[in-house]
Design a protein around this ligand. Sequence first.
Ligand SMILES: Cc1ncc(COP(=O)(O)O)c(C=O)c1O
Length: 456
Amino acid sequence: MTDPVKYVLDESRIPTRWYNIQADLPKPPPPVLHPGTLKPLGPDDLAPLFPMALIEQEVTQEREVPIPEPVREVYRQWRPSPLFRARRLEKALQTPARIYYKYEGVSPAGSHKPNTAVAQAFYNRAAGITKLATETGAGQWGSALAFAGALFGIEVQIFMVRVSYDQKPYRRALMETYGARCIPSPSSETQSGKAILEKDPRHPGSLGIAISEAVEVAALRADTKYSLGSVLNHVLLHQTVVGQEAMAQMELAGDYPDVIVGCTGGGSNFAGIAFPFLGAQLRGGAKVRVVAVEPAACPSLTRGKYAYDFGDTAHLTPLVKMHTLGSVFTPPGFHAGGLRYHGMAPLVSHVRQLGLIEAKAYQQRPVFDAGVQFARVEGILPAPEANHAVKGAVDEAIRCREEGVSRAILFNLCGHGHFDMQAYMDYFAGKLEDRDYDERELAMALAGLPAVKEAA
Ligand SMILES: Cc1ncc(COP(=O)(O)O)c(C=O)c1O
């Protein structure tokens, strides 16, 4: 027994505060706008959708937000999550790099998503809410909120993107096991869903459509609030437990990351691992390169426009400034790898604009090549989303080999892929295609962006 493979912290080391990067940014992000007046949104505008405690977290500029004890109590079920040194992967790659990964797949639902689901369920319950509506794509977020709802006595209604609903019956079964109701989206339960089905009864669905359905249910029913698993400031805030723990674990390892890699769908697991380190850098600490990795089939950060857009397809949400592919974006049929949202978290978009992070897009076959290589040496089978981060880290490690330099690379292994075996089977059967998102479709979707005149 020589060099450690796992760095584990005691339960007492679960963070007591979430970290808010807004307190350390050199420039505040652009305001969220009311879609009718195009004026900055006030807290009351969000009250039909969220409890006031979460709205306050959405707008707070405080550097630290205390984590309520009942939330930490639930976190104890799997937190602190382990930090691994990928010694076998390093050996396989013959790299001088020190590769570390923070493993969030140890949560009950299998990803980082419960970090915010538990917090959101707690605040809703504290405000007397007994029903939550939400959307889910691949099912990780839906499973997380279903789990959190079960713990806090909240009924959870989940609109699941239809293709995933059909392809992933076991994710659906998990949500139902936790007691949630799972509905394929677009559905005939909402006006937004009906409008889509009238035009195309076989529409495969998209996260933008599922969000419209869930928002509509919450807006129309006094007993129901809405819950989102990514993108919003308070969601990113909750995920910073990941990066804070990783900082303490890197200290245990006697190391500090030169490069941090995370995959980006809506931006929450990426922000969760990266923001605490970026904050330290902004406060005068060590500089770290931060790389966001996304699929070439849904390239919001690398090919999207930084503009005001709606968060959903039916345009029920406020307008946020973000990197977007247009709210009518439907993930192309050839894409299997998760990470399918049309926009990017406004805070992640903003730090990209400030030049604090880099972004890369990968085709899905090399992403799965990396995931399979990882599984064969480290044993953990990554979620397809997490494979993007694995690929990003492997490329950084190969660069170290080529340059003959040893750097510390930290990435977020944000979930396991035990419910995603169809994507792996398609990969092994040679059915996955590598194709960029169509230029014409992108131009068409972007042409429909709302016209917002911004102050200089
Ligand atoms: C395992 C996993 N990783 C990443 C994501 C992308 O979301 P985010 O960018 O908010 O972390 C998802 C989305 O549901 C997911 O299930």
